[in-house]
Design a protein around this ligand. Sequence first.
Ligand code: FES
Ligand SMILES: [Fe+2]
Length: 396
Amino acid sequence: MNTEEKKPKSRRELVRTMGQSGNYWYAMEESKNLKKGKSLEVIFWKSPIALYRGEDGEVRAIENRCPHRQLRLTSGIVQGDEITCQYHGWTFDGCGKCTGISHELGKGKAKDSLPNIKVNSYPVQEKYGLIWVFPGDPALSETVKIPAIPQLDQEEPWEFIPIDVKLDGHYSMMLENVCDFNHAFLHRKFKPFTDPHLLGTRREGDTIWIDYETDMSQSSAVKTAGEKKGAGLENMTLWYQYPYQGSNTADKYLHWLFMTPIDENHTRCFFVFLLGPLEIPFINKPVPKFLRKTVIALANKFYIIPLLGEDTYIINEEMLGQERHPDIQHLEFNPIVGEFQKMSIEKWEEYVHTEALRKKKQKDDKERYVFTGAGLTKKELHDYNTMLEEKEEAGL
Ligand code: FES
Ligand SMILES: [Fe+2]
């Protein structure tokens, strides 16, 4: 954290200044939006990343910055499995290495002795219709997994259509919104949960579980297409499995929320709703397999997207409140909110800590390039390393 900035006075103020740990896989784009031979920019906590799909169909993720004059590589062109900057034609591979220069410096004999130029690169993979990037320490990307979604991993996966929400708000606000059912009033038109009662919450490692008792049969969607009009849906379990969020109702209706923090005021959210038993209205017969995708598209369009629209609207309002009254404490009565903030702060601090150590090690090893995870400023890591050195000198 920048120590020269005004110090946050509360846990809530502090968490709103922080990103999420880069040492996890983040859903950054829908696979279908990145065509062969094309590139696009995504941002992980203020760090621009160029995603491009080579002509071989593979996606690569590298820093979106040409080291020559700092132009966006995504304004360039993809050729083969490399990307070339639009200005002077420097070419980079998926590891971020400069493999070609279009002018004299890279022509003729010079071609075989190109200067050692490199930008940061990030592990990337595609799963569940999404492009996932590991913005932190690449060495950890092998052991840290994308969350397993059994309903999508089985032989006959459930159909789903991801919903892409561009939120004008800090990621923690979305988290707090989704898991705090005290905002049933906001959704009085759609009634996704009625008369919620928090049964309990517990933390296990980096996961916080929340159990609610609530009446879901009042929901307009459940009444229309839910199994037995929602009878038997009284309990919902939600989780904040860092850095992901989800819910499960009777193993029949589930959702996952994958967020990518862009900055203090913007977050990219991908919702995956898994709708189990669906019935045809009035005749109450199961929706046949061939129609399920259409019904899911209709459910997204007429129920889930408008419902999420209420949440994004209200988070905008919350942002405005925060901007106007930054120093006034909230009157927060839901214990989940504080628990979430605590874990989010812990995980961000852990990220700054491990990346500061990684940076120090690369410097000590006199590496040609020192690369650290996306989302961290040089100053943040420098301050942290200075603090570690001072502590060491003082024998603490
Ligand atoms: S600015 Fe990219 S090649 Fe010159
Ligand atoms: Fe909501």
